[in-house]
Write a protein that binds this ligand. Structure first.
Ligand code: F3S
Length: 281
């Protein structure tokens, strides 16, 4: 019989849980509810909310057509401009931005005000990074790869403040900071990777090393799930990235003696449970 181990850190992190609970609580109160962007990167949860009448606003342009209701800001946060736009329309805002992300907004705003140049280590297309950029007063550079770090060429007259997207891979962050450090800038480094991410990544690596096969559960658009997949795959060749049980070939899994399971921060518990139970059979 194969051994199946479920990572203790699998599933919703505290910031995502808080944001999702906020939406469900607001639905109970009645009235029209919107989220600014999908509340989490999970198609199943977003579909359930849509069924309950929650609409997703994707752009500031779409805001223009709305004159009443509540807008919930998701855990990724938004730029200052988006906040101001929502307020200007007289809509009720419930801010479910994760406190760890709010901390980054505060850091970059304060450092920008001091005239420092902000370097954000992260993916510039990720909504969290787009939100952080919106607090930087146009004084920023986003760095995602070693190549971008190597070619970074900033004024030496300014202090550089380096922060990270909360879900960035810790080792890659260290590597990129090391490359930038060698350039001789006056830098302040603030590791803003959230503990939930670090713990999840460390546990995934350990589990992948100990297992013959790894199952990583999460939405294909979830950046933190993708990172878990990459880490697991680097330690365990037989790593499967699935969104739900439907994507898993249980027969293939039977050939392995030990299977590890982990899941991204936006993967609901019921999906994890279903996969875990099926793998144990
Ligand atoms: Fe917040 Fe960390 Fe989750 S930043 S949203 S607790 S992954």
């Amino acid at each position: 019989m194969k051994e199946v181990v479920l990572a203790e850190t699998a599933g919703f992190c505290f910031g995502v849980k808080r944001a999702v609970d906020t939406v469900y609580n607001e639905i109970e109160k009645g009235g029209k509810v919107y989220t600014y962007g999908p509340i989490i990167h999970n198609a199943e949860v977003v579909a359930d909310l849509a069924e309950k009448g929650v609409s997703v606003i994707q752009t500031m342009e779409e805001l223009k057509g709305i004159s009443e209701g509540t807008i919930i800001i998701r855990s990724h946060g938004v730029s200052e401009e988006v906040y101001n736009n929502i307020k200007a329309r007289g809509l009720k805002i419930i801010d479910a931005t994760c406190p760890y992300v709010l901390k980054i907004h505060k850091i970059v705003r304060e450092n920008s005000n001091l005239g420092h140049h902000i370097v954000i280590i992260g993916n510039k297309k990720h909504p969290e990074v787009e939100g952080i950029i919106g607090w930087c007063k146009n004084n920023y550079t986003v760095v995602e790869s070693a190549e971008e770090a190597e070619t970074l060429d900033l004024s030496r007259n300014k202090k550089i403040c380096i922060v990270s997207q909360t879900t960035f891979n810790y080792k890659n962050f260290q590597d990129l900071v090391e490359i930038i450090s060698k350039k001789g800038y006056d830098i302040i480094v603030l590791n803003t990777i959230c503990n939930a991410t670090e713990e999840r990544q460390t546990e995934a690596r350990k589990l992948a090393l100990e297992s013959d096969a790894m199952v990583v559960i999460g939405d294909l658009h979830s950046s933190n799930t993708r990172k878990l997949y990459e880490i697991s795959k680097s330690e365990c060749e037989n790593t499967y990235y699935i969104q739900t049980l439907r994507d898993l070939d249980l027969e293939e899994l039977q050939s392995f003696r030990s299977v590890g399971i982990t899941a991204g921060a936006s993967t609901p518990n019921n999906i994890i449970k279903e996969v875990h139970t099926a793998c144990q059979k």
